[in-house]
Design a protein around this ligand. Sequence first.
Ligand SMILES: O=c1ccn([C@@H]2O[C@H](COP(=O)(O)OP(=O)(O)O[C@H]3O[C@H](CO)[C@@H](O)[C@H](O)[C@H]3O)[C@@H](O)[C@H]2O)c(=O)[nH]1
Ligand SMILES: [Mn+2]
Length: 685
Amino acid sequence: MGTETQTPTPPLPLHSLEVLRRTPLNRAFALVYACAISALLYRHACTLLSASATTFFSFSLSFSLLLSDAVLAFMWVTIQSFRICPVRRSVFIENLSRVVEEKCFPALDVFICTADPLKEPPLSVVNTALSVMAYDYPTEKVSVYVSDDGGSQLTLFAFMEAAKFARQWLPFCRKNEIEERCPDVYFGSTLTRNCAQTEKMKIMYESMKEKIESVMERGGGFLDDLIISDHERQAFNKWTPGFTRRDHPTIIEVLLDSGKDKDITGNAMPNLVYVSREKSSSWPHHFKAGALNVLLRVSETMSNAPVVLNLDCDMYSNDPRTPLRVLCYLFDPAAASKLAYVQFPQRFHGIDKHDIYGNEHKILYQLYPAGSDAFAGPNYVGSGCFFRRRALFGGPSSLLSSRILKDKPITSATVSTLSRSHHVASCTFEHGTDWGYKIGFRYGSLSEDYHTGYWLHNEGWKSVFCNPDRAAFLGDTPLSLNDALSQNRRWCVGLLQVAFSRYNPITFGIRSMGLLVALNYAYNAYWAIWSIPIIIYAIVPQLALINGVSMFPAMWDPWFYLYWFLFLGAYGQDAIEFTLAGSTIQRWWNDQRMWLIRGVSSYLFGIAILNLIAFVVGFAKLISSDGMLGQMLVQLFISGFGVVNSWPIYEAIFRRTDGGEMPAKITTTSILLVLVLLLVAYIMF
Ligand SMILES: O=c1ccn([C@@H]2O[C@H](COP(=O)(O)OP(=O)(O)O[C@H]3O[C@H](CO)[C@@H](O)[C@H](O)[C@H]3O)[C@@H](O)[C@H]2O)c(=O)[nH]1
Ligand SMILES: [Mn+2]
């Protein structure tokens, strides 16, 4: 940023970093736990080599246990990178005005991605945009770019309406110092002030909402009666008969131009630009990463702000002062030179009290990022992230063309600007360039966010995790079990694409980022291998239990206590961390349960049923033959634990009738699969 060199050393701190008190405890516990793991692996290795593993069958049994525990041990090691130095950051917005004048604030480009008007209702996308347009930030410095990968008239129409509504909404929020700047949330809350002005505003909002919803019902076909200006009509004429979401020309509409457009009190409006990039079935579009790169280039031809905020369409701003928090880092010369981005956690609204499907992802989005903040910083999670534009164009010490550094007014979208922006949004533009590989958001993984953050850290950039008490952004999260699991599956695929690439965090990352940062990344990259121990522990001990074969140390064996220590130690530490981060035990329980369910579900739902059978049969057998109970306690515990944790699945199968139930086909297939498994096991044991 051009301003960095002129800024004097801050007389007052803009931010601080504090190491959490539990750090020494974490380290000591890690040491003890590491010894316990080593002992266990040693025991497995001995069993494997000893005479008791002579048959192929007993060898496989011991091997499966060794494999499971080796994977668990590996994941445990990666997690220690988050526990070795957890920190908490604070910012002091109140000191900002003494360090920098408002007129020196950098311009801010906000990128909002949407892809499907039916799944992502335009009204909610519009609400996201309005909430950031109303930031407590010099309005003429804010530009909002909306990327519409759905290529939908519905979305464009909604934004035309939003542009009109914003002229009322922005001054209304400032004048009344409203905290909730997402109109839908504000008018939906009980705290709304009852006065004539608020009433008037609410009526305007409702009328916009009705218009947008009525167009949605009509499917967007007949807009004629709702379009008043010729200019608007011209825009919709681009939807010619051959237009589909996969094949269509670029559409760019400047809906608000801060050089020209004023709100009802005469103040400048932010820029608002609708972009639907060219699509052609013969060119790859690279999903969200592709959309973001188009916005990077289109915005470069227009406002070219040095700071870029990226938001998913369902993540509205919940705090108008968020950009000021980011400035606290950008205006600290010591921190800023290598700072690529400031990441706010994804936090969600509408989660039920106990979060039965673990949708909060507290560990992923809040706990572990705070653990990586002492080193290179948190990973980029796709939304709620403020980038320095510069960081997306090569490492901190690489040379750059000067074009990136200049921000400029949108200057009334001249013909030449518009033709340039159409050019950079075309689907052939990137062909033969570094886009997506060396610059911009990175291609090659379904989890483009993880992948991009990974490369920035590899290039030597740093990042900062900012998690204020009042959530900066609030988003939607899948509320049904099926959606939650399919989202997880998509993430796992994207992460594995990195894990199995030449540039994976272990063989490549450790050399380029150092051990601890690479382990931060390895934890995510290898997320999917949790399923190996989870599946093995969900099947093998149960089958053995049903057939009366013992696999674990008996109650009177000292190794028995090692198992308990490892299990309780891991779970206990997890539960303590979770609750210390301000959550409840119920939420933690549900979270760990979803972890197990995720581990098995990408494969088959049948496993849950196996647990139930194993538990019942095993229990009946043990009761009838005394002396066996002590021998098989660990196995019985494992399947009992499985049963308790699979509760939501049983519930979805047997009890739910509210649309969240498990499809009958899946249930039948699972039962058949389990029967086959049981038969095979019976023959083998
Ligand atoms: O071709 C596409 C596909 C998606 N999107 C947008 O990308 C965002 C995220 O997609 P979504 O389907 O909602 O994925 P989620 O699993 O909910 O998103 C999480 O996971 C993604 C990576 O898989 C991250 O990019 C997101 O930020 C993160 O919230 C949404 O705004 C979409 O509109 C596009 O713009 N173009
Ligand atoms: Mn989403």
